[in-house]
Design a protein around this ligand. Structure first.
Ligand SMILES: Cc1ncc(COP(=O)(O)O)c(C=O)c1O
Length: 382
């Protein structure tokens, strides 16, 4: 059997990793500013994370959700405290799409309504409702086509308010990324998120903050939506939560009450996943990684802004995007194959930086130097 070919692949095989470095099978080291797509939060193979998982592995790694799992309770308490949403409730699952799927379903159960507002440029995952709320026709199979989702322009308060005035009593939820990731690092303005909050309050809809990519400290606050100063009703999270161990969750405001069997999962919140997620939060706290993301992000953004060939530098913390010109269109490939630095991309010519939140100042400065050198090398070769 061969693999089902769903992605174009780089001709690189990574064999081991530590901190912000990964090594290929020939021993070549790469600086990882992509974090396996924003997944590596505390650094590859962090010793505390490895130890926690290893110790748990020797006790029990899985049992069904029909029994009490104190690790889940510990995780909920710790997440509530670190995220500053102590009175919220946690439901655990396995992936970002599943988190959004459950959040949207829960909003519909809670309100008894069907309509969902999503935004142009949004990516919420590949499962049925999550993909229906994703603004890319190529990902939506005929069976996922629905009239229950309306796409409004991102950051357009007028369009949002008009839609609520027209259909407010039918709207179950508004789902929004605090910073659109796949959409090219587009930051939701504070005013826009505040107006989502007021519309949801006025019309009884649920505000879902998709924090799968922009959450877990990456933006320099626990949820990037926190920059706006208003709370969402549900936060969805995944990527950085397990530092590569698959785990996801939704954090649910106290006014949304649980009912048995509305949500459920076999693997979600298993012992091993909880051990990994607890280790991540412990390291985020003890190593002050949210503060590091904020400071280093400011430093990177300021320095990238000073490079004339790059434009529209944007983002928060260690979720940074910038555009590059057609004349240096090979920039990302040059960084990868000449400088051995992994970066993320968005179309048409956007570099996305999604490194570990434990990135060091020296690695950030090495990247900046290699970025300037790469631009010069590409220009002088053309
Ligand atoms: C904002 C956002 N939501 C949801 C998802 C889906 O997450 P997963 O691939 O874990 O299902 C992603 C993945 O890139 C994402 O960036």
């Amino acid at each position: 059997m061969k693999l089902f070919d769903v992605y174009p692949l780089q001709p690189i095989t990574i064999e081991r990793a530590s901190g912000s470095s990964v090594w290929d099978e020939k021993g070549q080291e790469y600086l990882d500013l992509y974090g396996g797509h924003a997944v590596i939060s505390i650094g590859h193979g962090h010793s505390h994370w490895t130890k926690r998982i290893e110790e748990q592995l020797h006790k029990i790694s899985f049992y069904s959700n029909s029994i009490q799992i104190p690790l889940q309770v510990d995780l909920a308490e710790k997440l509530g405290r670190v995220s500053g949403k102590n009175n919220y409730q946690l439901f655990l699952c396995n992936s970002g799409a599943e988190a959004n799927e459950n959040a949207l379903k829960l909003a519909s159960f809670h309100t008894g309504r069907k309509q969902i507002i999503a935004f142009k440029g949004a990516f919420h995952g590949r499962t049925s409702l999550a993909v229906s709320a994703t603004d890319n026709k190529n990902y939506i199979a005929p069976v996922n086509e629905t009239e229950n989702v309306t796409f409004l322009p991102f950051n357009d308060i007028g369009a949002l308010e008009d839609h609520f005035k027209k259909d407010g009593d039918k709207i179950a939820a508004v789902i929004v990324e605090g910073i659109q990731g796949v959409g090219g690092i587009r930051v939701a303005s504070n005013e826009f998120l505040q107006s989502i909050r007021s519309c949801c309050d006025q019309y009884g809809a649920v505000y879902i903050a998709d924090s799968v990519q922009c959450g877990y400290g990456r933006s320099g606050k626990f949820y990037s939506h926190d920059h706006s100063g208003v709370d969402a009703d549900i936060y969805t999270m995944a990527k950085g939560m397990g530092n590569g161990f698959p785990i996801a969750g939704i954090s649910i405001a106290p006014h949304i009450k649980p009912k048995h069997f509305q949500l459920g999962t076999t693997f979600g919140g298993n012992h091993l996943a909880c051990a990994a997620a607890l280790a991540v939060l412990e390291v985020i706290e003890s190593e002050k990684l949210i503060e590091n993301a904020a400071h280093l992000g400011d430093h990177l953004q300021t320095s990238i802004r000073a490079i004339p060939e790059l434009s529209d530098v944007r983002g928060y913390g260690l979720m940074i995007g910038f555009d590059y010109t057609e004349t240096i269109s090979t920039l990302r490939q040059h960084l990868l194959f000449q400088k051995h630095i992994f970066t993320g991309e968005a179309k048409p010519r956007v570099v996305r930086l999604l490194p570990s939140l434990a990135l060091s100042r020296s690695n950030a400065d090495r990247f900046l130097q290699d970025l300037r050198d790469s631009i010069q090398e590409i220009q002088s070769a053309s």
